[in-house]
Design a protein around this ligand. Structure first.
Ligand SMILES: Nc1ncnc2c1ncn2[C@@H]1O[C@H](COP(=O)(O)OP(=O)(O)OP(=O)(O)O)[C@@H](O)[C@H]1O
Length: 288
């Protein structure tokens, strides 16, 4: 079994580690037949993953954060290769959901001696996601975070608190399960996996192989509700705390009269007024 590690050298906050050397050391230790390819620009991991699958690598491992995982996963859709993850981002939502070790040694061992499993793949406006996608405040914070200059959890929290004072919800109409819901969108999250990353559980009951997206709606965020949502995210109790309303569905339409930003696996994409979220059941094989 051949394994290809696709490394995003810009991911993570620890730039002093010699990651190729560590990958080589740990993969050699378990006797793996492997290659290491480095990305050279944003989006490159998708084409590298397609190339690796075409060259017959059985496992293609994203070495990076959820952005890199998304690119590699996207490239592997419809191929015979499975996605592995060596988490090096700040959030690592998919790796945490799949219980992949967060240390390089453990994750490399897992990628080289995997068991295989299939997971669902979500789509928002035609773009695949593996962990979460969504509209509203979380997308807005992703956009501001990308412009912040520094990374990591503390920057994320700082940006979120600053933007909380400015952000206002948008009226939307949500169509799911033959139901029309007129509401406000502060956050409308589509969860394939349970968490955003960093153990922030936006949809604690989400099951990545059930053929359904968990839809989490937060229509407003007064200070008391914000505290309740924050505690619910951290403790994994948001589904029962009353801070959010949940639905499950495999096809959701959202319309708005004013543009709302959306994100895919934590990366802000653009603003739009119409959204279609859907699910491809068990469309990706993962090596976990
Ligand atoms: N060689 C590269 N140069 C510049 N950008 C790159 C390169 N390779 C990948 N990228 C981009 O870097 C972005 C961030 O990567 P990724 O999400 O893996 O790491 P991270 O931001 O550190 O992690 P997290 O999302 O958990 O904070 C990705 O969206 C990807 O497109």
């Amino acid at each position: 079994m051949r394994i290809c590690f696709i490394l995003n050298p810009t991911s993570g906050t620890n730039r002093t580690q010699d990651v190729p050397a560590l990958l080589t050391r740990y993969a050699t230790k378990v006797g793996a037949d492997f290659a290491i390819w480095l990305t050279e620009f944003a989006g490159h991991a998708e084409t590298l993953a397609q190339q690796a699958a075409a060259e017959g690598f059985r496992v293609v491992v994203a070495v990076g954060g959820d952005g890199t995982v998304n690119e590699v996963g996207r490239g592997l859709l419809g191929t015979a290769a499975a996605l592995g993850v060596v988490p090096r981002g700040s959030g690592n939502g998919l790796a945490r959901h799949l219980k992949i070790p967060l240390d390089i040694a453990g994750a490399v061992r897992r990628a080289c001696r995997p068991t295989f499993q299939r997971i669902d793949v979500g789509y928002l406006n035609g773009r695949p996601f593996f962990c979460t996608a969504g509209l509203g405040f979380d997308a807005h914070v992703s956009k501001m975070f990308a412009q912040a200059g520094t990374r990591g959890l503390s920057t994320y929290v700082k940006v979120a608190l600053r933007e909380y004072r400015r952000f206002r919800p948008t009226p939307v109409q949500v169509e799911l399960n033959n139901q029309l819901i007129d509401t406000d969108c502060y956050v409308l999250a589509f969860a394939n996996a349970a968490q955003y990353g960093n153990n922030a559980y936006i949809a604690p009951l989400a099951n990545i192989e059930d053929g359904l997206l968990d839809v989490c709606l937060i229509d407003g965020l007064s200070l008391t509700r914000a505290v309740r949502v924050g505690v619910g995210l951290a403790l994994g109790t948001l589904a029962t705390s009353g801070g959010a309303v949940y639905h499950t569905s495999h096809h959701i339409l959202v319309r708005s009269t004013t543009p709302i930003g959306f994100h895919i696996d934590g990366d802000y994409i653009e603003d739009a007024i119409a959204f279609e979220a859907k699910l491809a059941p068990l469309a990706l094989e993962v090596a976990v």
